[in-house]
Design a protein around this ligand. Structure first.
Ligand SMILES: NC(=O)c1ccc[n+]([C@@H]2O[C@H](COP(=O)([O-])OP(=O)(O)OC[C@H]3O[C@@H](n4cnc5c(N)ncnc54)[C@H](O)[C@@H]3O)[C@@H](O)[C@H]2O)c1
Length: 333
């Protein structure tokens, strides 16, 4: 089997690629390296640095693949409020180009990585029947991309499925990006002896998923019968904790004296967001195998081994407004 993975040098894409290579598949990957790293790539992958918005490159690279995973995105939900054009390009437009290539190549199945941001501030826990009501440009772009996937796949005759992961954690996640990945940001700061920064009162609640607990069901989405056209939440629904509790848990694991820095809340941040995993249990035998504490331990070990890093303010803020958090404007991290 030949599998094509976009965003293969990113966090989720690289783990997925590693698992498929481990199963003996021929894995072809691309990434523009805007948020990924070559060191994430597994041995054995056929990789090319390319942007998914480049239809010609995607057509060429996707040739011969049966299965496509679209993991490439700029996944910075908070920043999307201030950089809607950047996010539209690297969430919606890149999906359009991937679909053009998939339809031209006669691929069998297209698995699109969406996001829990599709549900916006609907009543949690979100089931797949919850009406999408995204509240920020990232969620809107993700939901629009899903509609495009369905439309192009139905017209041009290939199978698709929509994966809805949420708050994934684990080794290889970017920890020097000030715009996303709260657990990795906190750990990078605490390992440097710096207090974690919390937006608002820290009462926002989330469920964190360990990356391999996402990769296993994603692989089943690629190969199982009965999955076509389904939207499936991917991730746990057991340990639903607040951001302040997350900071306490990390501090406890690191013997760090917690004294968080509280800064104003960010515009459009959803307060309560968690997904039901019932459908994934039913269709994909989903099971949470790694607890939050064990997942956090593995990130702490990984960042320790790789060394702490200064934060890189590598993405443009398109709307310079008083609403831009000072953490970003004044580069507080
Ligand atoms: N990590 C999470 O908690 C989470 C939660 C929900 C959904 N998702 C979705 O899962 C997917 C993977 O997320 P991740 O956490 O691995 O992010 P990531 O940033 O680690 O990986 C995404 C990769 O895509 C690449 N990329 C971005 N735009 C590109 C483009 N136009 N062309 C080629 N490559 C491009 C980046 O360089 C990066 O390596 C994304 O679609 C994301 O929106 C992630």
């Amino acid at each position: 089997m030949q599998v094509f993975i976009s965003g293969a040098a990113g966090f989720l894409g690289s783990h997925l690629a590693e698992s498929y290579v481990g199963q003996g598949a021929h894995v072809v990957g691309c990434d523009n390296l805007i948020g990924g790293e070559l060191s994430n790539l597994p041995e054995g992958i056929q990789f090319e640095q390319a942007d998914c918005c480049d239809v010609g490159a995607m057509k060429r690279l996707m040739g011969g693949s049966d299965l496509v995973y679209h993991c490439a995105a700029i996944a910075t939900e908070g920043l999307s409020v201030f950089s809607p054009a950047l996010i539209a390009q690297h969430v919606y437009q890149n999906t359009a180009a991937m679909l053009a290539a998939a339809a031209s190549n006669g691929i069998g199945r297209f698995i699109n990585c969406s996001s829990m941001a599709r549900y916006g501030d609907a009543q949690a826990p979100f089931t797949e029947d919850t009406k999408p009501q995204p509240v920020d440009p990232y969620g809107i772009a993700k939901y629009a991309a899903e509609m495009l996937v369905k439309n192009v796949a139905d017209t041009h005759g290939f199978e698709y499925a929509i994966a809805v992961p949420h708050n994934i954690i684990g080794p290889k996640q970017k920890y020097d990006d000030p715009y996303r990945n709260v657990a990795s940001i906190m750990i990078n700061r605490m390992l440097k002896g710096e207090q974690p920064i919390i937006y608002g009162d820290g009462g926002q609640k989330r469920c964190f998923s360990f990356v391999q607990d996402c990769v296993d069901p994603l692989m089943k989405m690629g190969t199982r019968d009965g999955i076509a056209s389904e939207v499936i939440n991917i991730g746990p629904d057991e340990e639903y904790i607040s951001i302040l509790e997350l900071a306490h848990t990390i501090a406890d694991l690191m013997n760090f004296t917690l004294d968080p820095i509280f800064v104003p809340e960010r515009p459009r941040e959803v307060r309560y967001a968690t997904c039901s995993a019932d459908k994934a249990r039913r269709l994909l035998d989903y099971e949470t195998k790694v607890s939050l504490r064990d997942g956090l331990r593995s990130i702490i070990e990984w960042i320790r081994a790789n060394g702490t890093r200064p934060f890189q303010y590598h993405l443009p803020i398109e709307i310079d407004s008083p609403l831009v958090p000072n953490t970003w404007k004044q580069r507080m991290m």
